[in-house]
Design a protein around this ligand. Structure first.
Ligand code: C2E
Ligand code: MG
Ligand code: MG
Length: 700
């Protein structure tokens, strides 16, 4: 038989024949094919074979091609398909394929036979099959079906893509090779292979696994038996790429974790003192409230640092902060993990002890630990503190009540001399009440003009005469005279001292103006509190009063204590200098009892020092040697200051002080402070006392 027969058979045979190149283009068609599909062959040559297949069948070529391995007969078995004619109508066909090796490469010979004669009986089955095919090709899962005999009976493109599987591997029809190819891409190949053999060993088994790729992707594997009626005919392997889902889940989880972390941090910040890291007031209140609900003993230790303002003012805020941090550290160490240490603000700290059997021990430890020296920016300092302790009893229900009690105890500790701790006592509440009533009463007294002034003479050692009166405030109340020590502190706390101070100045200037005008050497001394000096307009107000009463500023002396100079940066010094420029003199009252040393004296804007009566009272006989007293006098004098001695009660004291260079003398020996009406008498008494002094023998 010559080629002519072959060609005739190809060309005119009953079956439609096509040749497809490996990329799916049609390279040859015969006339049966032209007739079957209704195309002239020119329109088919060189176009994709998919034009001849119905929509649902288009993915099929690759699979069929893949199946046509050299040693496989699988693809060459006839299979049903639905073709598509040129006019759009569909035709049931049966297809058989085989691989053909040509010079140009591998191609596929396709025989298509009209299966219309079967359609009617098979239409249900065909529908089901096409549905299955369509599902296989549209799902994003990678699916492979393997028969019990080990043949690959179904496979979709997704499966090939998922595993980057070459068609030849599919064509080999070797499920073991397939499994190995998959396993090689996994993070744990052994696990997968074991799973596969377990599933093959038990055909009824269903499984669900999560497989991790070595490259970080994740797939879920569902495997279940494929059954026809009740018989297992194979197994379906379904791989689903869940990488993006898992990544999204991971991301969401991480976001949630971060959020939770931030929330924790925010919560922490809301309850934390930023400088020291201690609990803040809010957290303290919360813990105290919780503790009060338990039957445990509850103690509150409230403390503030003494003279902390000085550290801030003299060394700066940075040093102040360092001090607070150091104090916090020490407090934490004293208290340990079972107590709460909180900073309430400024230099105020509080410790909450719950279930502690030795609150006194802790309080004592706090006092001694905090008071140990600390070096801050090169300066050695000892943080001083006053500590108040309040413990829960039947009467205290709330944390604010406990705090208030601790606060009262703390004030008592301050008054008791600082660097100690004091327990709350019910009497303190009564004292507080008294103070409150005192303030109200004092306010009324100021309004009603019940603040009076008493005058005490001051005698010049040179002139042996009264040259000055010190004005001392008195509260005349219901026929009694209340001394300043009983109300000045209250007046300072409430701010009333401003009005009281102004009133004393006004009264003394007006009452003494005639006496002063008689002799320019005479003067009036008025006490001034640090609180008054805090007011910017203090100097101006003093000068106004002097001008208004007609008193020469050079006849006015203002007595201040050393404590007003603590506030080195404030305007106190400036105000005093303004006053001195106007001729007013400044006296340092109670000298020797405050903080500053003799050495500091030369830097202060003062003209006079008043040696405190506690030094004068050390003089009993007038013959003892008192080096402190004498050096105080000499030091002041060598700085060009005048010296007044206060609290002189005996002639011996007066004599001694005169002999050692005191410029002026004041004390009960000459006269106690007297009301304005008795001033003349006070002068007479003083003169008499001076005369008696003349008879006192000189002492060495
Ligand atoms: P100070 O300024 O040191 O006044 C001297 C105090 O010593 C006066 O007490 C006076 O009565 C008392 N004194 C005088 N001579 C003797 C003596 O020989 N022996 C003893 N033991 N005491 C003597 P006073 O009047 O009770 O005043 C007490 C303090 O109250 C004053 O001390 C002063 O610091 C303050 N003060 C008085 N009046 C005012 C005022 O108008 N404003 C302010 N801010 N403070 C005032
Ligand atoms: Mg005074
Ligand atoms: Mg004094």
């Amino acid at each position: 038989m010559g080629t002519g027969f072959g060609e005739a058979l190809l060309e005119q045979g009953p079956d439609a024949l096509l040749l497809l190149t490996s990329d799916g283009t049609i390279a040859f068609v015969n006339s049966a094919a032209e007739q079957l599909f209704g195309y002239p062959r020119e329109e088919l040559l060189g176009v994709q074979h998919t034009v001849l297949l119905s929509e649902g069948e288009r993915g099929g070529f690759l699979r069929v091609f893949g199946r046509l391995g050299r040693n496989s007969r699988a693809g060459s078995r006839p299979f049903p398909a639905v073709g598509r004619r040129r006019d759009g109508s569909e035709a049931a066909v049966e297809i058989t394929c085989s691989l053909v090796t040509l010079d140009a490469g591998t191609a596929m010979a396709v025989a298509v036979r009209d299966a219309a004669h079967r359609t009617d009986s098979d239409s249900g089955r065909r529908l089901a099959l096409s549905l299955l095919d369509a599902t296989l090709e549209t799902t994003s899962d990678g699916i492979v079906m393997v028969s019990t005999e080990g043949h690959i009976t179904g496979i979709n493109d997704q499966f090939l893509k998922l595993w980057c599987m070459p068609p030849e591997l599919i064509a080999s029809e070797d499920p073991t090779a397939l499994a190995r190819f998959i396993a090689e891409q996994l993070a744990d190949p052994d696990y997968f292979l074991q799973k596969v053999s377990a599933l093959y060993a038990d055909t009824e088994l269903q499984s669900h696994d999560v497989l991790e790729f070595a490259d970080g992707r994740t797939v879920e594997l569902y495997s279940r038996p494929q059954k026809v009626a009740d018989t297992v005919v194979g197994r379906i392997w379904n791989f689903r790429d869940t990488t993006s889902r898992r990544r999204a889940q991971d991301q969401a989880r991480r976001a949630m974790e971060e959020l939770a972390e931030q929330a924790d941090k925010l919560k922490e910040l809301a309850f934390q003192d930023p400088l020291t890291g201690l609990a803040n007031r809010m957290l303290f209140n919360q813990r105290a409230a919780a503790a009060l609900l338990t039957p445990e003993p509850v103690h509150v230790l409230l403390l503030d640092l003494d003279d902390f303002k000085e550290v801030n003012d003299v060394l700066g805020h940075h040093a102040g902060d360092q001090m607070l941090v150091e104090v916090s550290r020490r407090l934490r160490n004293c208290v340990g993990p079972h107590g709460t240490v909180a900073r309430l603000g400024g230099d105020e700290f509080v410790v909450l002890l719950v279930g502690c059997r030795d609150a006194d021990g802790v309080a004592q430890r706090v006092v001694s630990t905090l008071n140990a020296p600390v070096s801050i920016e090169g300066t050695l300092m000892r943080p001083g503190l006053s500590l108040g302790v309040a413990s829960r009893d039947a009467g205290t229900q709330t944390s604010s009540e406990l705090l208030r009690r601790a606060d009262l105890a703390m004030y008592a500790a301050k008054e008791a001399g600082k660097n100690c701790y004091v327990h709350f006592q019910p009497e303190m509440l009564a004292a507080l009440l008294e103070r409150t009533q005192l303030t109200a009463g004092l306010r009324r007294a100021v309004e009603l003009g019940q603040i009076a002034v008493h005058y005490q003479p001051v005698i010049s050692s040179d002139r042996l005469d009264v040259v000055q009166f010190e004005a001392l405030a008195r509260w005349e109340w219901k026929g009694t005279v209340i001394p300043p020590n009983d109300f000045i502190q209250t007046a300072e706390r409430s701010g009333l001292i401003r009005e009281i101070g102004a009133e004393v100045l006004r009264r003394s200037c007006t009452e003494l103006a005639p006496w002063l005008s008689e002799d320019p050497f005479r003067s009036v001394a008025v006490n001034v509190s640090g609180v008054q000096l805090q007011h910017q307009d203090f100097a101006e107000r003093v000068l106004d009063i002097a001008a208004w009463s007609g008193v020469d500023p050079r006849q006015l002396v203002l007595e201040v204590t050393e404590s007003v100079f603590f506030d080195a940066h404030s305007h106190v010094i400036g105000q005093l200098e303004t006053l001195r420029e106007a001729g007013i003199r400044v006296a340092l009252d109670d000298f020797g009892t405050g903080y500053s040393s003799l050495g500091r004296l030369q830097d202060l804007p003062v003209d006079v020092v008043k040696i405190d009566k506690s030094f004068v009272s050390m003089l009993r006989t007038g013959v003892e040697k008192l080096p402190i007293l004498t050096s105080m006098i000499h030091m002041a004098r060598s700085l060009g200051l005048k010296v007044t001695a206060e609290g002189i009660e005996t002639p011996a004291q007066a004599r001694y002080l005169m002999d050692h260079g005191c410029d002026a003398l004041q004390g009960f020996l000459f006269s106690p402070p007297e009301p304005a009406e008795a001033r003349q008498q006070a002068v007479l008494n003083s003169v008499a006392a001076i005369a008696e002094l003349e008879g006192v023998p000189l002492q060495g």
